[in-house]
Design a protein around this ligand. Structure first.
Ligand code: AMP
Ligand code: GLY
Length: 426
């Protein structure tokens, strides 16, 4: 089988690395890929941006690609799957309509309210005056979200009225997010512990992947601005078997069935970002129409089953109900980022000290490139150093032992990835 993976992050490096382990796969292309995929034996980078749908479709046609897997949300929300389907090309990922679960928070919130799926109370606004008068009557903290895709920057947890009003203005007046900020959602603040729950589905059969937990803020102890994710681990002990059942029965199954009832068949990865409170109630914070980044890296490090076989069968709507096979070890990934991220940062700094891989350690590249055989930084989140261990404590120790040897100008990372799980192990 010839496989094309679309995207250039750590998630796509992990997907391509996993594809390499499949007996079904003969050739793997990544468009556009990064320094990590470029240096993997048997993986070929193709210089086409992830959102150039026409060029990607031409490439898939000309090269008789049997299966395309789409990593990031932008091409999905722009309708890459629909385009590929119209050309009889096999693409694993939700349609443009189904991807609205991530592409429009208003669509998502209205949909899950229609289907009684638990989520935070909310109201949407396009008129700033109405939004401000709503804020005047609200209690704090409160959450302000841009409706559309805002590259992970569209959510503000506002501690008071002044902060909330500023977030509204950024969105509706200054138009920092362009059309993605035509509307805002004002949402009740939820307390609890977050978890990421990702499933692979063909629209009928649903296969849950191992649970995971991301660390969204930049600094230790969950401080600082929100980022795309500074590290993740799998499994997340907050997702007990009881909670797992609840998530399937209250969130995942009603979502896939509800979409189906509304004429939308969801085929792809579906990511539910959840808040779990002290009473073990779960609420949906967000849906993503794709695999998580960096969750993919630790999750795939533990997956024994053949991911490509699963994606291929799902794309043909022929998934079978099976139990996936997982390594029983804990996997933990630490993101190493460029100084300045999530704001502006330098590119082109040479990276030193990359370790040799073993069964228990893998460095997934995100923002890297190769220049004259030297690996250099090329993005905000640069690497995700992912390690296995008998428990989270050991996985964390293994990951940081390697992180400490890797260096470039102004690199930084959080020092506490996995702390919630480790607290439970003490
Ligand atoms: P989202 O992109 O909607 O997941 O939001 C990004 C991050 O903001 C989440 O991972 C949470 O940490 C936080 N967040 C979003 N919505 C809420 C909420 N209603 N209550 C508390 N925190 C939230
Ligand atoms: N790690 C969060 C996300 O992929 O959206």
């Amino acid at each position: 089988m010839k496989v094309l993976i679309i995207g250039n992050g750590g998630r796509e490096h992990a997907l391509a690395w996993k594809a390499k382990q499949s007996k079904l796969v003969k050739k793997i292309y990544v468009a556009p890929g990064n320094g990590g995929t470029e240096n993997e034996k048997g993986i070929i980078n193709i210089n086409i941006p992830a959102d150039n749908i026409d060029k990607l479709a031409n490439f898939a046609k000309d090269n008789q690609i049997d299966l395309t897997i789409v990593g990031p949300e932008l091409p999905l929300v722009k309708g890459i799957t629909d385009k590929f389907k119209s050309l009889n090309l096999n693409c694993f990922g939700p349609s443009k309509k189904a991807s609205q679960l991530e592409g429009s928070k208003e669509f998502m919130k209205d949909f899950i309210s229609r289907h009684d799926i638990p989520t935070a109370l909310y109201k949407s606004f396009s008129d700033i005056k109405k939004a401000i008068s709503y804020l005047e009557k609200s209690s704090y903290p409160i959450v302000i979200k841009a409706d559309g895709l805002a590259a992970g920057k569209g959510v503000t947890v506002a501690k008071n009225f002044t902060e909330a009003k500023k977030a509204l203005k950024i969105c509706l007046e200054k138009r920092v997010f362009g059309n993605a900020g035509d509307k805002v959602i004002i949402e009740e603040f939820l307390e609890g512990e977050e978890a990421s729950f990702i499933v692979l589905t063909d629209g009928k059969i649903i296969l849950p992947l191992a649970s995971s937990q991301d660390h969204k803020t930049r600094d230790d102890k969950d401080k600082g601005p929100n980022t795309g994710g500074m590290g993740a681990y799998s499994p997340a002990p907050v997702v007990t078997s009881e909670i797992h059942k609840k998530i399937m029965n209250q969130v995942i199954i009603p979502t896939i069935k509800g979409l189906d009832k509304e004429g939308i068949s969801y085929c792809g990865f579906l990511y539910a970002g959840l808040m779990i409170d002290k009473e073990q109630n779960i609420k949906v914070l967000e849906f993503n129409c794709r695999f998580g980044d960096p969750e993919t890296q630790p999750i795939l490090m533990r997956l024994n089953s053949d991911l490509i076989e699963l994606c291929y069968k799902a794309s043909k709507r022929k998934l079978q109900q099976t139990e996936l096979s997982w390594n029983s070890k804990v996997s933990l990934g630490v993101v190493m980022a460029a100084g300045g991220y999530p704001e502006s940062y330098e590119k082109g700094n040479p990276i030193e000290g990359l370790p040799l891989e073993t069964e228990n350690i893998k460095v997934f590249h995100a923002g890297t490139m190769t220049e004259n055989n030297i690996i250099k930084t090329n993005g905000g989140r640069v690497l995700c150093v992912t390690a296995l261990g008998e428990d989270t404590t050991e996985a964390q120790l293994n990951a940081y032992n390697h992180v400490k040897q890797i260096k470039w100008k102004d690199c930084f990372y959080r020092n506490d990835i996995g702390y919630r799980a480790i607290k439970r192990e003490i």
